[in-house]
Design a protein around this ligand. Structure first.
Ligand code: URA
Length: 239
């Protein structure tokens, strides 16, 4: 971020108190299908890839593909601009998200908003979705069978948004999207790709982790700068 005032504001919002830019670092530009009838079908069942947003949302809301539907207050589909250039992928709803039906509305959500702000964007300008649409009990990690059941929904959301870049926050999002067991620390700082469009994927820490380990915010900030760089390159490639 070129403007020092904006940069300082973004860093403060993320809780980074001291930032020493690397010498020579380039200035970054501001970042400007299952039909409802299939909702109870078995995991791994082929899914339609022609669902529009409304049918997809209705299908998710009625989903009973895994046991998580029993404990949910509601499904948490996703939120944001459906034509967003940036898409953020998280893990699964927590208690507050389950209650409100929107991803990242708790404390971690506030920090995520600051991270989005550090990219020069507002929350409404990105699309935010999770690997799972239902809350795992006690906020435990999603189980592989649950991920398999939910995967077609996220795949379809990504296809519909068709973002220029995907930002995975945290281990669960990154490992499941990229189909790897590699730890986040090693996935960071690399340009991964996803899907038939070879959409660039950048990995950073989960905001809930950053709340527990604020010293890592510095690294998260670096990841966001890297993501901006990749985004800018992607836009140039498309010209
Ligand atoms: N953590 C996530 O990964 N997603 C949410 O929606 C909330 C917290």
């Amino acid at each position: 971020m070129k403007d020092p005032v904006r940069r300082q504001r973004a860093l403060s919002a993320m809780g980074v108190t001291t930032w020493v830019p690397r010498r020579g670092s380039a200035a970054l530009p501001a970042a400007d299908a299952l039909p409802a009838s299939e909702a109870g079908s078995a995991p791994g069942t082929a899914v339609g890839d022609a669902l529009d947003w409304e049918s997809l949302a209705a299908t998710v809301a009625a989903c009973q593909r895994c046991e998580l539907h029993r404990g949910r207050a509601q499904t948490v589909f996703g939120v944001g601009a459906r034509d967003a250039r940036w898409m953020v992928i998280g893990e699964a709803p927590g208690q507050e998200e389950d209650r409100q039906g929107e991803p990242f509305v708790g404390r971690a959500g506030q920090l995520l908003n600051s991270m989005i702000g550090a990219l020069g964007l507002k929350r409404e300008q990105v699309y935010i979705a999770n690997i799972l649409k239902c809350r795992p009990p006690g906020n435990r990690d999603p189980r592989p069978d649950e991920v398999v059941c939910c995967e077609p929904y996220l795949q379809r959301q990504i296809a519909l948004v068709n973002p220029a870049i995907l930002l995975c926050v945290g281990r669960i999002a990154a490992q499941n999207l990229l189909k790897t067991q590699t730890p986040v620390a090693k996935l960071r700082g690399q340009r991964h790709v996803y899907g038939p469009q070879q959409t660039p994927v950048i990995v950073t820490y989960h905001p809930a982790y950053l709340l527990r380990a604020p010293a890592e915010k510095r690294r998260a900030w670096q990841d966001l700068l890297f993501a901006q760089r990749v985004y800018a390159e992607t836009r140039q490639d498309r010209r």
